[in-house]
Design a protein around this ligand. Structure first.
Ligand code: CUA
Length: 328
């Protein structure tokens, strides 16, 4: 696909497909708009008042015309729908082998945590040629994560997790924006995504970038520290002998709750269990868990999630509570 100078660079595997759909919609719109506009002017002039145009020969048998201009545009619209929906589902569903990076939006800064432990502000380093999934939440108001060169945009909401994914197709630096008005400094809530060769990315992960001498602690290790530091491990024992259920192999599995309901233990479920434990008590257990609201930050909750994920996952249920909202 050739590139109009007005379009951002194409730097992800879906960018070309998104642009193709966009160009097709423009072409389809022009296909209808140009003849209609042209004929409007033509007929307005030809049949203007006083013009000696032939006004006899009115059409009476219109059924074939009616059918044509109903069926053809309907099929065209359905075709566009199927095409766009297929692409949308592809963009909305992260592949299972995607690299997972955690994103926090806050007024007015983007913060990223890599599972290996690297943290960065307003900058995101990703490897070339691998699908990258971002699991995102906000500490305050609604933000929106937007990288035009990747053709991805997703709202980032307080109190729940949303996800997007992309696979970078070109080494380079790409602008990152907040695409949802979020207060005074919304306009500067941006950053840069650095797409690196896989080897360079591995070297970067190794700890050089932060300038610190020691290798960073992985998110799961940080989560494990919190898990025992906050006393979670006293009740959630590995062998299930505690006052709370064991969390081994729970992530991604269905959980039976008191009252007969069940839930999938995804990121949203874990967060809710930490902050509002009484709202979803696991069947067979007493509602004794205290809320940890105010004691853990969103960033620490992400580390606890990473730790619980590291305890093993059940049947994969990717994105169950991350149902994406359409961008504004
Ligand atoms: Cu954050 Cu706009």
């Amino acid at each position: 696909m050739g590139q109009l100078p007005l379009m951002p660079e194409q730097a992800s595997t879906v960018a070309g497909q998104v642009d193709l759909l966009y160009y097709a919609l423009i072409a389809l719109s022009l296909l209808f708009a140009l003849p209609i506009a042209g004929l409007t002017v033509y007929f307005a002039v030809k049949y203007r008042r006083g013009a000696r145009a032939d006004r006899s020969g009115q059409i009476t048998a219109t059924l074939p015309y009616e059918l044509t201009w109903t069926i053809v545009p309907t099929l065209m619209a359905l075709g566009v729908f199927v095409w766009a929906a297929t692409l949308y589902f592809r963009i909305e569903r992260p592949p299972a082998d995607a690299l997972e990076i955690y994103v926090l939006g806050r007024q007015w800064m983007w913060e990223f945590q890599h599972p290996e432990g690297q943290r960065e502000l307003a900058e995101l380093h990703v490897p070339l040629g691998r699908p990258v999934k971002l699991l995102m939440t906000s500490e305050d108001v609604i933000h929106s994560f937007y990288v035009p060169a990747f053709r991805v945009k997703q709202d980032v909401l307080p109190g729940r997790y949303t996800a997007i994914w992309f696979q970078p197709s070109k080494v380079g630096e790409y602008h990152l924006f907040c695409a949802e008005y979020c207060g005074t400094d919304h306009a500067v809530m941006g950053g840069v995504v650095y797409v690196m060769e896989p080897a360079a990315y591995q070297a970067w992960l190794g700890g050089g970038a932060a300038g610190g001498p020691q290798a960073p602690q992985t998110m799961a290790a940080a989560g494990e520290k919190l898990f025992s530091g906050l006393g979670c491990s006293g009740c959630h024992r590995m062998d299930g002998s505690g006052a709370g259920p064991s969390l081994v192999g729970v992530f991604g599995s269905p959980v039976q709750l008191q009252g007969g309901q069940s839930a999938i233990a995804d990121e949203g479920y874990v967060r809710n269990s930490i902050l509002l434990p009484q709202s979803q008590v696991v069947a067979g257990y007493q509602p004794v868990m205290p809320s940890f609201k105010g004691q853990v930050s969103e960033s620490q909750i992400l580390q606890l999630i990473a730790y619980i994920k590291s305890l093993g996952a059940g049947q994969a249920a990717p994105g169950a509570s991350q149902t994406a909202q359409p961008p504004p």
